[in-house]
Design a protein. Structure first.
Ligand SMILES: [Zn+2]
Ligand SMILES: [Zn+2]
Length: 182
């Protein structure tokens, strides 16, 4: 169950794909967090709060139950998708869903890198291939199947239990190959 820290990714995407527009000084214009276990109908969303000038007023929420089963590229693409919504709302100050501003920024991001592809979807098909890795939690011993090693992913259960749901270095997963040669 991966729980990668979202803020470093947010800052990197902000620099690489939004010309730094989503951060003023060192203060992000919005907050970014993982959902609890109940957000299952969408991979993520952006919402505008009541206090727009405060960073806590607006937020991006990514779904743990949807994204924890998928490769990290799904998290990256979902975060970027929601950052486009935030950028349209907070920087362009235009009322738009997946319209022309969204699509032109999405195309620019997809053309600029090959790591992941942003789409207009808010949901992902769940892959059915067998795991290549087992991720083992050093604290609780929980084993979870992974297709790809996710750098600095932490045990969700232990982060919930010991750190109020925040990522913590003591819960970082250790990987074992899923197939052992006879
Ligand atoms: Zn969208
Ligand atoms: Zn654990």
């Amino acid at each position: 169950m991966p729980l990668v820290p979202l803020l470093p990714l947010f800052h990197r995407f902000n620099r690489e794909h939004f010309n730094g527009a989503l951060v003023v000084g060192s203060q992000p214009l919005l907050s970014v967090r993982w959902s609890d276990g109940r957000l299952r109908k969408t991979a993520g969303f952006y919402r505008r709060g009541l206090r727009v000038e405060a960073s806590q007023g607006c937020e991006i929420v990514l779904s743990r139950p949807v994204l924890e089963l998928l490769p990290q590229t799904a998290t990256e693409s979902t975060l970027c998708h929601e950052m486009i919504h935030a950028w349209i709302d907070l920087v362009l100050q235009v009322n738009e869903g997946h319209g022309p501003h969204f699509r032109s920024r999405m195309s620019a991001i997809n053309a600029a890198q090959r790591q992941f592809q942003v789409s207009v979807r808010h949901q992902f098909p769940v892959p059915k291939t067998p795991p290549r890795w087992w991720a083992v939690c050093p604290r609780c011993g929980l084993r979870s199947p992974y297709q790809r090693r996710v750098d600095r992913a932490a045990c969700r259960q232990c982060c919930d239990r010991h750190y109020g749901g925040s990522w913590h270095g003591s819960c970082v997963l250790v990987y074992e190959p899923a197939y052992q040669e006879a």
